[in-house]
Design a protein around this ligand. Structure first.
Ligand code: PGA
Length: 257
């Protein structure tokens, strides 16, 4: 694989500042020996712990700090929102957009996901665009059409994909303990790669990292990461403890070597 795989911790609405600080201290000790350029890691804390995480990980090679959402405008009367410019100023390097929890519970649409991603990219941040079908859609065989539609809709208007990443997260696998089989995940990742290649050309399309998310654990990451077009993972539950997050990274790293 030409691009180093990336493992992003999505902390969702977890961890107070003290917990984030303790995590990062221990994480750094564990991650440092692994940071030889063969893998990258990312942490997306809640906004309140952003500064703490940035400070704790300052200077650590191979680790990105990001957020879980962003507004598409740079400034204005938008109570409760945070712009990409504000996040960039803090030192954040990536943004997760279109997570299924936002699509399911907060009315997120492809149109707004694409605007959020464009705003992040305009600030030279990485945009991690999430796509994935529900259990119902999976069961009636609509995975392909749902994922294609979300992918094209959510990347609409992104002309240069250098800072674009995709995360395939089947909704039925998120937080359920039931990860997609490596075969199912690889099949959807291949479809995503083909769509990206068609949209951006082989040269650029082949360089876009496609992460898998949904009940990844230290025990199942190796069989997923060795598959073609699985370039890393977006990790929820298993990223909340340093031991499981680092073990997952270590297992993935050994499987790739
Ligand atoms: P999970 O969450 O690893 O707990 O399934 C993944 C995600 O929601 O990004």
């Amino acid at each position: 694989m030409s691009i180093a795989p990336l493992f992003i911790a999505n902390w969702k609405m977890h961890k107070l500042q003290s917990e984030a600080r303790a995590f990062c201290k221990k994480f750094r000790e564990n991650f440092e020996p692994l940071a030889d350029g063969s893998i990258d890691a990312g942490i997306a804390p809640a906004f309140t712990s952003t500064q703490v995480v940035i400070e704790a990980l300052q200077g650590q090679a191979g680790v990105f700090v990001g957020s879980q959402n962003v507004h598409w405008l740079s400034t204005g009367a938008h109570t409760g929102e945070v712009s990409a410019e504000m996040q960039r100023e803090l030192g954040l390097q990536f943004v997760i957009v279109g997570h299924s929890e936002r699509r399911q519970f907060y009315g997120e649409t492809d149109e707004f996901v694409s605007l959020r991603a464009q705003a992040a990219i305009a600030q030279k941040m990485l945009a991690v665009v999430c796509v994935g079908e529900t259990k119902e859609e999976f069961e009636i065989g609509e995975t392909k059409s749902v994922v294609t539609q979300q992918l094209l809709g959510s990347t609409y208007g992104i002309a240069d994909p250098s800072n674009l990443l995709i995360a395939y997260e089947p909704v039925w696998a998120i937080g359920t303990g039931l990860a997609a089989t490596p075969e199912i995940a690889a099949g959807v990742h291949k479809l995503i790669r083909e769509e990206l290649n068609a949209k951006y050309g082989l040269e650029q399309g082949s360089k876009i990292r496609i992460l898998y998310g949904g009940s990844t654990k230290p025990e199942n990451i190796a069989e997923l990461i060795v598959k073609d077009n699985i370039d890393g993972a977006l990790i929820g539950g298993a990223s909340l403890e340093v031991d499981s997050f680092c073990q997952l990274i270590k297992n993935a790293r050994s499987a790739c070597q």
